[in-house]
Design a protein around this ligand. Structure first.
Ligand SMILES: Cc1ncc(COP(=O)(O)O)c(C=O)c1O
Length: 319
C-alpha cells in the first residue's frame, strides 16, 4: 500500500494541487457489467477541481504582467465558491486581495471558509437568474477598473489546466486501459473541454456525455434554478468546446442527492451533489449499454459543504 504521494516538502499548499487518485467504483457498479472509474478531484487542496484552474489563471496573469505577486492587487471573480476557494488560497499565499461574487442561494459553509481565508464576499441576487454573480462581477469591474477579473468562463487557462494536467494524470493512471465513455457535468465547461479533447485524441471512439439538472437544456439555452451547485450556471460558457460533447444526460435533483449518498454508502467517498449527478448519469449509462464498458467520471467537491442535504443523525435511532 502506498502511504505517501511523495514529492518532498512543498513550498506552499499551491504546490500540492493536482495528482488526485483515479479510483475504481467496483461496489457501486456491481451488476451493471461496466467498470466506473472516478477522478477524485475533491481531494485537491481547496477541496475541488477548481483549485487547478484558479491557480493556472493567477499564474498566467502573473506571466502576462497583469498581476504582480505581493502587490495586494484586487482579484475579483464570480464563483459558486470552489474557484473562489482556489483564488483565496492563491491570494493568501501570493499576496492578493480577493473579492468573490457568489449567488445568495449557494453554500453558506463555503462562504464562511472563504471569508476566514481573507476573501471578501459579495452576494448576488439569485432570483434574477443563474448567472446573477457574473453580471454583478462585470458591473464591479466597470466601477473599479484596476480590479483584475480572471473570468473563468472565458479564460483559456481554465481548460488548459485540465489539458495540461488533469487529462495527463488520467492517462497516466489508466496505464493503457481504454475508456469508452466519459461522463462530466458542465459549469464553465473547463474540465469536460480540457480532459475530453486530450482523451479523445488518444481514444478516438470515446463518447463524451455532459450532465445537466432536470429543467435545464444547455444547448437550447434553457436554465432554471436548481440545487446542483456548479452545473448549468445560466449561460453557454465561451471556454466550452461544444464539439467535444456528444450528448447530454439529464438528472433529477433528488436523484443527484440520492446518488451522492449512495457513493458514500457503497464506496466511502463523501462528495457533493454535482458528483451525485455524475454518478446518477454514469449508472444510468452503464445499465443502458449492451456490453461491458469503462466509464470515466469525476468527483468535484466534498459533501461537507452540503450538510443541509444530509439527514440529521439524531433522526436515526440506533438500537
Ligand atoms: C461543485 C462543482 N461541480 C461541477 C462544476 C463544473 O466544472 P466546470 O466549471 O469545469 O464545468 C463546478 C464548477 O464550478 C463546481 O463547482
Amino acid at each position: 500500500m502506498t502511504t505517501s504521494r511523495g514529492g518532498g516538502v512543498r513550498a506552499s499548499v499551491l504546490e500540492a494541487v493536482g495528482s488526485t487518485p483515479l479510483v475504481a467504483l467496483d461496489r457501486l457498479a456491481a451488476g451493471t457489467g461496466c467498470r466506473i472509474v472516478l477522478k477524485t478531484e475533491h481531494l485537491n487542496p481547496g477541496g475541488s477541481h477548481k483549485a487547478r484552474i484558479a491557480l493556472n489563471m493567477v499564474l498566467a496573469a502573473e506571466r502576462e504582467g497583469v498581476l504582480v505577486r505581493g502587490s495586494g492587487q484586487t482579484i475579483v471573480e464570480p464563483t459558486g465558491g470552489n474557484t473562489g476557494m482556489g483564488i483565496a488560497m492563491a491570494g493568501a499565499v501570493l499576496g492578493y486581495r480577493v473579492v468573490l461574487v457568489i449567488p445568495d442561494n449557494y453554500s453558506k459553509d463555503k462562504q464562511r471558509v472563504l471569508a476566514a481565508m481573507g476573501a471578501e464576499i459579495l452576494l448576488s441576487d439569485s432570483s434574477t437568474g443563474n448567472n446573477s454573480h457574473g453580471e454583478l462581477a462585470n458591473r464591479l469591474v466597470l466601477e473599479n477598473p484596476t480590479w483584475v477579473l480572471l473570468n473563468q468562463g472565458a479564460n483559456p487557462n481554465n481548460p488548459d489546466a485540465h489539458r495540461n494536467a488533469t487529462a495527463l494524470e488520467i492517462l497516466d493512471d489508466l496505464d493503457g486501459e481504454p475508456v469508452d465513455h466519459m461522463v462530466a457535468g458542465i459549469g464553465t465547461g473547463g474540465h469536460i473541454t480540457g480532459v475530453g479533447e486530450i482523451l479523445r485524441k488518444e481514444m478516438p471512439d470515446l463518447r463524451v456525455h455532459g450532465v445537466q439538472p432536470e429543467g435545464c437544456d444547455l444547448f437550447a439555452g434553457t436554465f432554471r434554478r436548481h440545487r446542483v451547485q456548479g452545473l448549468s450556471v445560466g449561460y453557454v460558457p465561451p471556454v466550452l468546446n461544444r464539439d467535444v460533447v456528444d450528448d447530454m444526460i439529464t438528472v433529477g435533483e433528488s436523484e443527484a442527492v440520492e446518488c451522492m449518498k449512495l457513493l458514500m454508502r457503497t464506496e466511502g467517498i463523501a462528495a457533493g451533489p454535482s458528483t451525485g449527478a455524475n454518478i446518477a448519469a454514469a449508472l444510468r449509462l452503464a445499465r443502458s449499454l449492451d456490453g461491458p464498458a469503462t466509464i470515466l467520471t469525476f468527483a468535484y467537491d466534498g459533501a461537507h459543504d452540503y450538510l443541509d442535504l444530509l439527514s440529521d443523525p439524531t433522526d436515526a435511532v440506533v438500537s
